[in-house]
Design a protein around this ligand. Structure first.
Ligand SMILES: Cc1cc2nc3c(=O)[nH]c(=O)nc-3n(C[C@H](O)[C@H](O)[C@H](O)COP(=O)(O)OP(=O)(O)OC[C@H]3O[C@@H](n4cnc5c(N)ncnc54)[C@H](O)[C@@H]3O)c2cc1C
Length: 481
């Protein structure tokens, strides 16, 4: 019998158009760009059938008794929310926080929409039925989902009133009895080559008049006419030298829709820009989804701190005061994110649909801070390691070569042997200097949208009167003498 991981691999053979290095990728599991990452995901999927850990990552579906991932659990109580949090943390720890899109984020959006379906039905009277059917299918078939919400970066100074922009951004070209036909591009879809379905809608608010561009869709990856255009691969099979790149390159892609038919049952919303915006800004689904991103960020910061501490000890710099200051700073970053996470869970409340929703403002704050904390954490790692990152032989295998004895002698550290020290610095390089590491720094800055507008959005959506009112009161009172 196939394991869940094997079923997942099998299900990806659906004729999808994955483009890499000018060629269509046939077999994903055997391809060097995807093999390591898929092995990682396959192992995570298998955990749902492992009696030792399945309760940590999943829950038995009431109707079938079969375990589904907890990102599909609609939280109705603090215990449910804690169960979701544990599942996110478990997968994040298994991947050192480096795999950011293990589908649990996009699955959580679907779960939130499903939980709030009766209320969201006001956006379109067919919404509840469609999302209920899809939620059950995604949960019971372990569907791997990702989002693709941004429009292609052509000319950001222009909007949909520009003819070229309107033609290139994803829009409907035809309606048929079966569904709508779409043309245009969407970016960026992390994990796209091995996702089953894409959640597609607009991240930014659309002008009311542009009905053809207003949609919320669930698009099967194997749709005819859909092209998944991968960036250059950062996977590196040399596990001893690039342990993160060997297992965790998630791949990012742009989606090109060359007249893709999306069947009506997968068209959640269409033609109503306000309805799309209301779905996009639905607080409950966003809080459930971004909750996962904060759990992961905390784990990733712990990992970066762990690597930094190990390096400081390995080369004997941890006794210097300014190094200790920076190591302490790393701990404050972890505590800051963990405290916000705990606060978001402690201040969770039931929404109008009875979903137990973590407090979104704390989650938003953690997300926004992450765009600055993560790059700073890497800066500290760079400062602590100095030139050590490039004082490594080209490969760990060199230790077994003709000059192995010399390497063992001259690459030795303060507290570790030469080979361990080299392995450690190579791991650190995979965080700060490899293509994968650079991509991650960019990811943490931008994955949740433009950080500039994210911070500004917090101001714009806040009730600022509670802060200004005491100021005016003080001035008015002091004015009266
Ligand atoms: C590694 C990585 C993985 C990602 N994965 C996903 C994913 O899986 N799914 C997904 O949906 N998205 C994903 N994203 C996309 C991410 O959501 C966008 O990159 C992000 O929203 C920023 O948009 P942009 O890249 O179009 O930048 P732009 O919006 O083009 O911004 C570029 C610069 O111009 C400025 N700017 C542009 N327009 C304006 C404006 N109108 N007002 C003010 N300033 C402006 C910005 O501040 C920024 O400095 C990913 C991004 C990265 C880097």
């Amino acid at each position: 019998m196939q394991t869940r991981g094997e079923r997942f691999f099998q299900s990806l053979k659906d004729g999808r158009n994955v483009w890499l290095d000018g060629r269509k990728v046939g077999e994903l599991t055997g391809h060097p760009a995807f093999a390591g990452t898929l092995r990682t995901i396959g192992k995570l999927f298998d955990q749902l059938d492992d009696a030792e850990v399945r309760d940590e990552v999943g829950f038995p579906v009431e109707e079938t008794g079969v375990y589904a991932h907890s990102s599909f659990l609609v939280p109705r109580s603090p215990a449910d929310l804690a169960q979701r949090s544990r599942a996110f943390a478990h997968w994040a720890k298994e991947t050192n926080g480096v795999m950011s899109r293990l589908s649990d984020y996009a699955r959580s959006l679907v779960t939130g929409w499903y939980g709030a379906r009766e209320r969201l039905n006001r956006l379109d009277s067919r919404f509840a039925g469609k999302i209920e059917a899809y939620y059950r299918e995604a949960r019971d078939r372990d569907l791997f989902l990702t989002t693709s919400l941004l429009d292609p970066q052509i000319d950001r100074s222009k909007g949909l009133d520009d003819k070229k922009i309107a033609e290139r951004y994803l829009h409907v070209v035809k309606e048929t009895s079966e569904g709508i036909v779409l043309r245009g591009a969407k970016m960026i879809a992390t994990g796209a080559p091995y996702s089953h379905d894409f959640l597609i809608f607009s991240f930014h608010r659309l002008p009311h008049a542009h009905k053809k561009h207003a949609h919320a869709l669930i698009v099967p990856a194997g749709s005819a006419g859909l092209h998944i255009v991968c960036r250059e691969s950062f996977a590196d099979a040399r596990e001893d030298d690039h342990v993160l790149s060997a297992h965790y390159d998630e791949m990012d892609a742009v989606l090109l829709f060359d007249d893709v038919l999306v069947p009506w049952e997968r068209v959640l919303l269409y033609g109503d820009a306000d309805a799309v915006w209301q779905l996009r800004t639905n607080r409950s689904s966003n809080a459930l989804a971004f909750h996962q991103t904060v759990v992961r960020l905390a784990v990733k910061l712990e990992f970066v701190a762990g690597v930094t501490f190990a390096i400081a000890e390995a080369i004997g710099v941890n006794g210097f005061l300014h190094i200790q200051e920076m190591l302490g700073e790393l701990l404050t970053k972890i505590d800051t994110i963990e405290a916000l996470l705990l606060a978001s869970e402690a201040h969770a409340e039931a929404d109008e649909s009875g979903i137990w929703v973590p407090k979104l403002s704390y989650i938003d704050t953690a997300r926004s801070l992450g765009t600055r904390l993560y790059p700073r954490a890497l800066d500290i790692l760079r400062q602590v390691g100095g030139g050590g990152f490039v004082q490594t032989p080209s490969s760990v295998a060199d230790f077994n070569g003709p000059i192995g004895d010399l390497l063992h002698r001259y690459y030795e550290g303060a507290s570790v042997g030469a080979e361990q020290k080299v392995r450690l610095f190579k791991l650190a390089w995979d965080l700060i200097g490899s293509p994968l590491g650079s991509r991650h720094e960019l990811y943490e800055r931008f994955y949740a949208g433009d950080p500039v507008r994210a911070f500004a959005g917090q101001y714009l959506s806040a009730d600022t009167s509670r802060l200004t009112e005491p100021v005016w009161r003080l001035l008015n009172e002091s004015g009266r003498g």
